[in-house]
Design a protein around this ligand. Sequence first.
Ligand SMILES: Cc1ncc(COP(=O)(O)O)c(C=O)c1O
Length: 440
Amino acid sequence: MKNSGVARGLFGDISVDKHRLTVGGCVASELAHEYGTPLYVFDVDRAVKTAKAYVDVLKREYPHSTVCYASKAFCCTGIYSLLAPLGLGADVVSGGELYTALKGGMSPSKIYFHGNNKTESEIKYALDAGVECFVVDSALEVELLEKHAVKPQNVLVRVNPGVEAHTHRFIQTTTVDSKFGFSIADGTAESFIAALGVRKNVKFVGLACHIGSQIFEKQSFEVAIDKMTDFILRLEKRGIAVERLDLGGGFGIHYIDQDLPLTPEGYMTNSARYLRAAVEKRGIKPPHLIVEPGRSIVGEAGVTLYTVGAIKTIKDVKTYAAVDGGMFDNPRVALYDADYTAVIADKADIDGDFEYAIAGKCCESGDVLIRSVKLPELRTGDVIAVLSTGAYHYSMASNYNRNVIPPVVAVKNGRSAYMVKPQTYEDITRNDVIPKFSED
Ligand SMILES: Cc1ncc(COP(=O)(O)O)c(C=O)c1O
């Protein structure tokens, strides 16, 4: 049993009014009633406050820096309209994310284009759009950039510093066996970067790494900074200047009681000061610092509301409470064994002694949203809220079993409005075609 299911005091900004969970000043059960369930609820002020905290702390601790929001965490036009005015840039990893960022008002001059296998058409699109920088992750990408760029294009090279951050095995991206980045340890990164010198339209400006996700230990970032600055020194000794250093994202958030994340202030103050000391120690020029928080900006700003349907007790085993959502709106449990907690929306601060597995409605035994949570006794029709669902939920949602992807409702000062409208059955069949062949 990992989860108490009591919201009070668990997540700082989530409040409870007469037992009712409120998000952004709106009563969760009233939102469920108005918009239906399943429903993603997004607390605008919460995300803005966290994003601003990243910008402000770096302004103070390391002004030569850019905070790029990692689009993959939650990508829709509305999020860029909130973050761009705060001075954030964006990290995108596909043509679709780039399109959405531009449509949401993000300037291409603040966009970093990541991805280990960008397609030729995505590369052409991003060049035409004028993105600030590509984060190159293959020799093929360099060839394609040379083929299509009409002027020197800034590139960072994604490297693998071989740091294993403390996180779940499946979401580590920088272990030695990784599809991301060029390894520093085996010399591949150095020879790849040295070879860029002869390219006409590929301008090497720096290095990028990303050591994992949902990281709580600031020491993981310190080890990465040591490895990256050692590498910068090695490159500079070869006469290769490294103007920018992208340390990626990965800052942890609160999903369950046991999670103990630092604040943006805590993560950034430590990394910025550590980086300053590291460059001073090695006698290298302080690079422009880029950080790419995703989850930590939007994760805790999200709550998903569901309605309880069938409740099934398996004698001496467990009780499943099935809800009207599932792995189509949150695949993270099936993918990563992710942990969550939940509350009953109108009994959010009431302790309960009933233990439930919260199941989804998809045709997969693995479609469970919470393996174990203690709640007051559930009844069919109760609205429950799963907490910390702002990151990697809507962006990872699918139409599995032809379920419609839930809408996202933004809440602020007691008001609510769609950020993503509901899908309809018509939407999910819009691109279906019954194939006709000429001989039919
Ligand atoms: C290159 C890169 N930057 C940033 C992020 C964002 O990480 P997080 O959402 O954990 O902050 C990721 C996540 O996979 C990533 O791969």
